[in-house]
Design a protein around this ligand. Sequence first.
Ligand SMILES: [Zn+2]
Length: 474
Amino acid sequence: MNVTTRREFLGGIAAFGTLGASGCAGLMSGSGQPGKLPERGEVLIRNAYVMTMDAATGDLADADVHVKQGAIVAVGRNLQAGGAQAIDGRGMIVLPGFVETHWHMWNALLRSMSGDKREHGYFPTALNLGKAYLPSDMYQGTRLACAEAINGGITFVHDWCHNIRSPEYAEASLRALRESGMRGRFSYGAAQGHPASETINLADLERLHRDWRNQSNDGLLALGLAWRGVSTGATGAVAATAYKQDFDTARRLGIPISVHANNRKGSDAIALLAREKFLGKDVQVIHATWVSPEEIRALADNGCPVSLSPYTELRIGFGFPPTGELLAAGIPVGLSVDTTALSGNADMFAIMKAIQNIENSRANNEFKLPARRVLELATIEGARSMGVDDRVGSLKPGKRADLVMVNTREVNLGVFSEPAHMLVEAAQPSNVDTVMVDGRILKRRGRLAAIDVEQTVSEASSALAAVRKRAGWW
Ligand SMILES: [Zn+2]
């Protein structure tokens, strides 16, 4: 009996309420309350086209992947694993799960709500509606974002949480992340409309840090700082005393830092960060669409990773991601969703395609950014940019089992030609057949296994309606 069949069978029983709360791992209970996550079993994916994204191994046609207790045991041909559950990989591309590197998941409730007038632009929309959020809205938004992520093959997210209005808001977002089973980083930030003269709630950040074992979902989630930095927000430039204290606290706790910078013409925020010694391996810079050669050198010299989110950068007019220049300087580059209020959706296939197309067009060169290089940015390079490449980002024995199976027999992928090109140019989330995070199967045969999509969407819709009403936003 394969995984899906067993889950559907047990799920059917659970729906009739015959199993107790402690009964079956991996199920939604009949009341729609989230149950435990699926168990990490032993699985053998057989006869797939395996793109390991590991430089030494490369692609393996007609190959197997053996997963046990959340780890990759072996990748190769004709593997034997007697007790493992077999999954037929014929017609499938197996690759590492996508690593997403910056996403304001709470505002997934605000999908496509950046309007056409200045007062309805992204920033006023996020500010005015964000102020009307309750902790439960953080949960609803983050859960919706997680559902969309898993559906599209994203297995790692960087939740850049900048609407923490009290400790309950952070708790609610973290609960949604834990329940989803995703791997990721939760970066703790300010609230929308937070006074520019004040630090974020550093006592709460320290509390979470102390208590992180109870938040991390067995190490799947890490804590970071969503730093306001030297950029100007809706409430004005952040006071130096406040941003310094925020930064110093993160450094003292030893947690990574992330900051938006240089998304407007004329910005020299990265130069300022470099001058004031705010750069480092542990400081991720987001956007950098208006970056000078000197600033690129500073990022490279300090080992700063950069996160690019082409669909929000294009949509809001931040300009074009300077992918080629960053890569040429040896800077770790990751790809990101940023916010579905602007991008509409969280489609990593489309993000990869945009990154490639923009770069080739900027360079007037068909060959500038090869598809396989873009695929690296969405997997192993993205993992490197988030500091998790020792655990995920490629399919290699000893790494954690975060992987995706893409069904190449669907109409938009029909004719198996060049796999890297197919994934970057032709594939879309609906082609994602199976998603595994840390050995848990979270999507199988095109259906989410641990999230009830209907319930998630309907509750998110009700939450948004109430947020709009409280904000007087119609
Ligand atoms: Zn952002």
